[in-house]
Design a protein around this ligand. Structure first.
Ligand SMILES: [Zn+2]
Length: 281
């Protein structure tokens, strides 16, 4: 990406599910990205997928897709492991129709396994997904997300290792999840820089050229994430230092807002960024 992009997770409510309206609203709001929510499975027909892809292209909206929540690559049940892989393969096949470049997903729970065993199972599952369908995605990449619950697979270390060990994987950094996982520690300039430097050191250009961020407020307990909350209100994390770093370092991430009102959150983040840009001139 050659510029910083902002957009909501899922269709704006105001569109009431009408695809044409979705892109009109995004254009009018000055949004450059949309993360299509296939969180309950990808049920879109080919024809509809093509229409989404066409409208996205015409509107200059960069598309990602959030795959099903019930992906569980390390599940105890082999049937669920297989269906999880199938869901990702299906998402890769759909990607060119919808002009999707990133397939965001949660690898799932540890399935009762130890961390190392779970990592191995998930890694091998993803390798087989990529071998089967990597070249069908029209350049789309798999983007495992940092998890918000401590019991889920998806620590910063695990996501980095997956991206190092499996072709076609790039990280999705969900800053709200990191904040929840770290019990509120990752919430300022210094800690954000530490995280970014670590990804950059470990993954190099693969990370820098494909930065994909989720942002929102979040509430958490000792076990991690409870619920996504609005951005810029009483809930952390504070995203201003993050936007400042992006602006200063010239990073070009895509910011996807998973705020309670996703479009509002994306507008808020874009506003912060543009104000900083003005101030730096
Ligand atoms: Zn997320």
């Amino acid at each position: 990406m050659n510029k910083v992009l902002f957009g909501p997770a899922g269709y704006p409510n105001e569109a009431r599910g009408n695809v044409q309206r979705v892109f009109t609203i995004l254009r009018e709001a000055g949004m450059d990205a949309l993360e299509y929510a296939a969180v309950y499975g990808l049920q879109t027909k080919d024809e509809k997928a093509r229409l989404i892809g066409k409208l996205a292209k015409e509107s200059g909206v960069s598309m990602s897709l959030h795959a099903a929540y019930y992906i569980s690559l390390a599940s105890k049940t082999s049937r669920i492991r297989e269906s999880s892989k199938k869901r990702l393969i299906k998402a890769l096949k759909f990607a060119p129709l919808m002009n999707v470049k990133r397939i965001v997903f949660h690898p799932g729970s540890l399935g009762g396994l130890g961390e190392i065993e779970a990592h191995t199972v998930i890694r091998e599952g993803l390798k087989s997904v990529w071998q089967t369908a990597g070249d069908l995605g029209g350049g789309a990449l798999l983007a495992p997300e940092v998890a918000g619950k401590l019991s889920a697979y998806g620590s910063l270390e695990q996501v980095i290792r997956l991206c190092q060990e499996v072709d076609g994987c790039i990280p999705t950094i969900d800053w709200a999840h990191l904040y929840a996982r770290s019990q509120g520690e990752i919430n300022d300039r210094e800690s954000y820089l530490k995280v970014l430097n670590r990804f950059e050191d470990e993954l190099g250009e693969l990370f820098v050229d494909n930065m994909h961020f989720h942002i929102s407020g979040i509430s958490f307990t000792g076990k991690g994430e409870v619920a996504h909350r609005p951005l810029g209100e009483e809930w952390g994390p504070d995203i201003l230092p993050l936007v400042e770093i992006v602006q200063e370092c010239g990073y070009k991430p895509t910011f996807i807002s998973e705020s309670t009102n996703p479009l509002q959150g994306a507008l808020y983040a874009k506003f912060l960024f543009e104000e900083l840009e003005k101030g730096s001139k």
